[in-house]
Design a protein around this ligand. Sequence first.
Ligand code: DAH
Length: 351
Amino acid sequence: MNESICNLREQFNDALLAVSTLADLETLKVEYLGKKGLITALLKNMGKLSPEEKKTFGSEVNTLKGYATDAIAEKFEALQKAELQRELDAVELFDISLPPVLDRGSYHPVTLVQRRCEEVFRTMGFAVEDYSEIVTDYECFESLNIPPFHPARDMQDTYYLDNGQLLKTQTSAAQNAIYKKYRDALINEGKTIKAVFPGRCFRNEATDACHENTFFQMEGVMVGKDISIANLIYSMKTMLSEVFDNYGLKVRLRPGFFPFVEPGFELDISCQICGGEGCPSCKHSGWLELCPCGMIHPNVLREGGIDPDEYTGFAFGLGLTRLAMMKYGVKDIRDLNSGALTAMSQFTDDK
Ligand code: DAH
């Protein structure tokens, strides 16, 4: 083999051996195989050779070219593999055959209680309605027999918007709209109005373990011919027995005042902790105050376009937040809005 070719081959071998990155390999490739590369440059010396020598020299240069090309390709593959391996080594290994560990989150206890109540009421033929959190003074108060300057407003101060609207203080604020939505079916088709409407309520008041400025209620109404207090007691008892999973649950009514019902009641249930024996949770009375309710005031029905001489009905305002606290034994209402996810996630029912 021609000496200069032989030398270049050795030089190339040494250089290739020293290459350790793909970038360096590319430089080496240009240096040897490029148009102005060292191997091509060999051909420039051919002028002085005889035709016979030229032939051998040319073929030897080509052999070297082929050799260098193959060697570079081989090295390229090896380096690429090594680089991939390095990247893989840097990645934390995981077993793709393991079942996924997903942080699925959980429902808020109030949501759980709300859904349970909705489910129970649906099975009793109630429609579940949604209503806005921002309402008018008419919806929240006037349509509910609470005219301006009525003292009942003092107990329900709230957050007012510049345009006169307000954040609703009670889910009762949807009553008027519900009556108007269903009154045609009631009057023309004789269909009893049965609806529940859960929602978030707001009051401008200081917070403590039992009071929050933001809480949830579920309002319910039933209006039709001859709807009586008996219907009210039966519906409430059935619903609460389901929610508390306790069919021996007792209810009792005490008088209570709310301008939109007449008569109005406070509905108590037998204490779910002591079973009615008396304990600190029920202040040793055996009863827990749970749900204000009453027979809808004639003025309220009239305001909803329903003739109170023909139709009667009952309404109730279930405190969903209170219900969740009772059901899950949450002692401080502020925990529910605290965003403490670990505390709240313990109530998930994975149904
Ligand atoms: N809206 C009342 C409140 O938040 C609760 C209430 C009382 C609702 C009596 C009713 C009812 O529907 O009949 O204080």
